[in-house]
Design a protein around this ligand. Sequence first.
Ligand SMILES: [Zn+2]
Length: 167
Amino acid sequence: MAVRTIKGLDDPIVRQKAKKVGKVDAQIRVLIADLIASMRAAPGVGLAAPQVGVPLRVAVVEIEKKLFTLVNPEIVERSKETQTGPEGCLSIPGYWADVERAMKVRVRALDKSGKRFTTTAEGFLARAFQHELDHLDGVLYIDRLPSLDLLRRVEDIEQEEEAATVG
Ligand SMILES: [Zn+2]
């Protein structure tokens, strides 16, 4: 298990569409373990493989000690109802913005054993899933802002830093 370096906007890999995982084998399980270690070290509540330089559809999310490993995840349902709240990204350190997301999503994925599962998330967990799944398509939260003028610097609102960092 190793903490990997998190890539920033200067690395084109964060803008690439990641490829589907063919088989959840030992190599993928090492990647998953490294993603978990890197997410916790950052710290963040989620991390996607392209953020550590691996162009594969793998992400992890951990909120309130509940850990999700998502291999080839897809959003199969999203609520019309939305939520707007602070969001930051480990690949864009020092910034955050209020981002509009679906309030609820249903996600289908493979787990670390390659078994298919479906889970429903709401609120902040739903936000984290949407943020990490976007990473697999090379999409960042800043792309979802009506204007980049809405980007804020973390040091301006120090106490919100933690709430703002997704992954
Ligand atoms: Zn991110």
